[in-house]
Design a protein around this ligand. Sequence first.
Ligand SMILES: *[C@@H]1O[C@H](CO)[C@@H](O)[C@H](O)[C@H]1NC(C)=O
Ligand SMILES: *[C@@H]1O[C@H](CO)[C@@H](O)[C@H](O)[C@H]1NC(C)=O
Ligand SMILES: *[C@@H]1O[C@H](CO)[C@@H](O)[C@H](O)[C@H]1NC(C)=O
Ligand SMILES: *[C@@H]1O[C@H](CO)[C@@H](O)[C@H](O)[C@H]1NC(C)=O
Ligand SMILES: *[C@@H]1O[C@H](CO)[C@@H](O)[C@H](O)[C@H]1NC(C)=O
Ligand SMILES: *[C@@H]1O[C@H](CO)[C@@H](O)[C@H](O)[C@H]1NC(C)=O
Ligand SMILES: *[C@@H]1O[C@H](CO)[C@@H](O)[C@H](O)[C@H]1NC(C)=O
Length: 844
Amino acid sequence: MGLWTRTPWALFLLLQILAGTAEPAENLDFFLPGDYLLGGLFTLHANAQGTSHLTVLQVPKCQEYDMKVLGYNLMQAMRFAVEEINNHSSLLPGVQLGYEIVDICYQTNNVQPVLYFLAKTDYFLPINRDYSSYEPRVVAVIGPDNSKSTITVANFLSLFLLPQISYSAISDQLRNKQRYPAMLHTMPSATHHIEAMVQLMLQFRWNWIVVLMSNDDYGRDNSQVLRDRLARSNDICIAFQEVLPMPQPDQVATAAELRQLEGILLKLKQATARIVVVFSPELALHNFFHQALHWNVTDMVWIASESWAIDPVLHNLSGLQNTGTFLGITIQEVPMPGFSEFRVRRPKALPAQPPNKSRPRGTCNQECDACLNVTRSFNTILTLSGERVAYCVYSAVYAVAHALHSLLRCSSYYCRKEPVYPWQLLKEIQKVNFPLLGNQIFFDKQGDVPLRLDIVQWQWHLSQNPFQSVASYDPMQQQLKIIGNISWHTYDNTIPTSMCSKNCQLGQIKKSVGIHPCCFECNDCLPGTFLNQTADEYECQPCPSTMWSNRKDTSCFKRKLAFLEWHEAPTIIVAVLAVLGFLSTLAVLVIFWRHFQTPMVRSAGGPMCFLMLMPLLLAFGMVPMYVGQPTVLTCICRQAFFTICYSVCISCITVRSFQIVCIFKMASYLPRAYGFWVRYHGPYVFVAIIIVLKGILLASNMLTTTINPIAHTDTEDPNIMILSCHPNYRTGLLFNSSMDLVLSIMGFIFAYLGKELPTNYNEAKFITLSMTFSFTSSISLCTFMSVYNGVLVTIMDLLVTVLNFLAISLGYFGPKCYMILFYPERNTAAYFNSMIQGYTMRKD
Ligand SMILES: *[C@@H]1O[C@H](CO)[C@@H](O)[C@H](O)[C@H]1NC(C)=O
Ligand SMILES: *[C@@H]1O[C@H](CO)[C@@H](O)[C@H](O)[C@H]1NC(C)=O
Ligand SMILES: *[C@@H]1O[C@H](CO)[C@@H](O)[C@H](O)[C@H]1NC(C)=O
Ligand SMILES: *[C@@H]1O[C@H](CO)[C@@H](O)[C@H](O)[C@H]1NC(C)=O
Ligand SMILES: *[C@@H]1O[C@H](CO)[C@@H](O)[C@H](O)[C@H]1NC(C)=O
Ligand SMILES: *[C@@H]1O[C@H](CO)[C@@H](O)[C@H](O)[C@H]1NC(C)=O
Ligand SMILES: *[C@@H]1O[C@H](CO)[C@@H](O)[C@H](O)[C@H]1NC(C)=O
């Protein structure tokens, strides 16, 4: 019973074994039988994108091309991973993982292997309506390495939702989930590679670079990504870019290629840019660097894209270190224990099956006799380099294994060996999340495993890692971190500089020269403007009106406020004058008081003299109002008080002249008016009216403008700000003195009319003197203000005010005091009477 129930199983197993052994394993490197097969696409041989194979409709014989050591290394990583998974029973217990690996010869042989993978075991690809329960030969495909082949392959595999995990194709096109739904990556995308590159250049302040690209999709696409990235931030400029010629398949440079390379290299030697970013498959670079050595190109910093960043063959080019410093962008290093021994291990002896070359599978390039021997010769350098891209392959295989583990619902000792449909496996792969040699492997929304990128420096010291990590870039944080010292291939180990223009000093703006934002002249910001670097590097900002800046300033300072101060010489001079004026006015007051009853005082106006002397005294006393920082109060005082005082004096003088000249005529011709004049104290009423009018004038002037002190700039010295009381000093002055002007003219006319009067009544001379002085000083003040607006205006204003008052005080009262003191005999009623008699006699 037990035997019969087990029989189908036994039969099945037997068939399996027969089927397995029936598969003639031509080269164990490329094929491992198993329950589930993985497809592997690697480049073991490469020629430049030759077109030779397109002239004959045949799959090229890859063996004729150069061997690519790194490709074999990656293939071994896949084999290593599968063998490890099969060895350790816990991941896929009872399940044998197998593989079919094909050499795609870089780009020339990628369609046939895909069709081969998609077909069933009998090379038959059915045409169905529904492939959801179709089992192709392989359950998942690992590879290929370059973007162009990957896109070709992905276009097929995506139609069948066959999971494809690429280990080094970085093209952003492949991240398009609509077009390539079955595509996954264990290497970060080109965007991250370029970002790491740009951050590296920013780190060392290189902003003037040369871009060399291969004449294929890889070079064009990646340099476009770089240009787009640089256009976004404008902090690095491309001095020039050149296309490297793709060598012919036989690798020997033709004369045309040599001429082209020569042109590029001579341009490079003459360029000021020292940084050369090279986007090219390493195929195109052997000739280039041979020529670079021939032309003695030195002191460059070569930045290698992922395609050649860790290429051991290029690294072995003798003398390469003389051309400068090599920095490369590649994936992080993860040690894979046991791999370096596995890499050069000879596959076990072939089972008896002789190779059947006539089988269709022979078209798939599954042989490489020289691979192992060449790899062995590079084993030292490969071992020293550690595993980088190999780890991407390794983790891709493990991702499939983990997906199979959950799809087959494996326990720790048993898996259900069910048919595996690719679309089911794809869903499981997208969900995997497992630790692998210290990294967590999972696919993000884009289908990428967020592994770190490294910047490596090429080293040529024996027994040292030839690709030493110097910086690492985290794609999640998009941040570059320097982790090691870079030994620059320059004199003194100094960091090479590559800038179109040196950075501007603080407070200098950039002025673009030519089309590149990195090339500029530096110009100082002029006084009164400043540079706000965070806002605009190309323009100086003007300072706010209350502030000022010096040349090359990055900020403005508050202007110093200027006003009259006590310790300044002009203030002291005017103050001394004011004190003299005050004292002399006081003396006049005392003298007039003492001689109040004398005819001299009476003829000068009697009590009205005191009405004039009091404001004069007050005005001299209030001079300190002009000194110090103006406030609302002092401004009102300056604008109103002094001019009212002045108006009082002028109106008194006018009314007094009027009385002397016209009172008799008025008495005889207009007796009623005379009566009113006398009864209602006409002179005082007149003065009062004048003061009221003046008050109205001043109030309206102040209300229409402002009484707050105004700060305005000094055209002579922009460091200071002048505080003054009136925004438009001149019109204010004219407006205020308009009435004084009228009064003065009237006083002047009266004085002129009375010029015939006896000398002791005749003040025409003095009034004319005072008025003329007052006019000329006001006019010269206005003239002065119209050409000059500095702090001196205040002092001039004060000086004119004080002099005007002095003119009245000394010009009008001075002579009278002189008479009173020194000619008392003329200050008698008798003398006055004789004078009047003399006058009337002359008139008759
Ligand atoms: C797998 O096991 C075999 C036999 O034990 C051993 O020789 C081989 O090195 C193992 N392979 C790996 C990759 O661990
Ligand atoms: C390069 O330098 C070597 C030795 O300094 C010199 O012999 C050779 O002519 C130079 N090559 C060129 C192309 O200048
Ligand atoms: C090779 O394979 C073909 C087709 O499967 C078969 O006809 C032929 O006999 C095989 N030759 C050898 C030597 O096994
Ligand atoms: C590889 O090297 C071994 C000995 O080291 C030699 O016997 C064999 O012929 C070589 N194979 C090839 C393809 O060169
Ligand atoms: C490295 O280059 C030298 C000379 O160019 C050569 O002799 C040597 O075989 C190369 N090394 C490898 C591992 O190919
Ligand atoms: C870099 O070099 C300095 C001195 O040469 C040394 O002190 C430092 O440890 C080095 N750093 C690294 C990360 O190697
Ligand atoms: C400079 O510009 C920035 C951004 O426009 C602004 O936030 C900052 O306040 C400015 N600094 C000065 C000193 O004006």
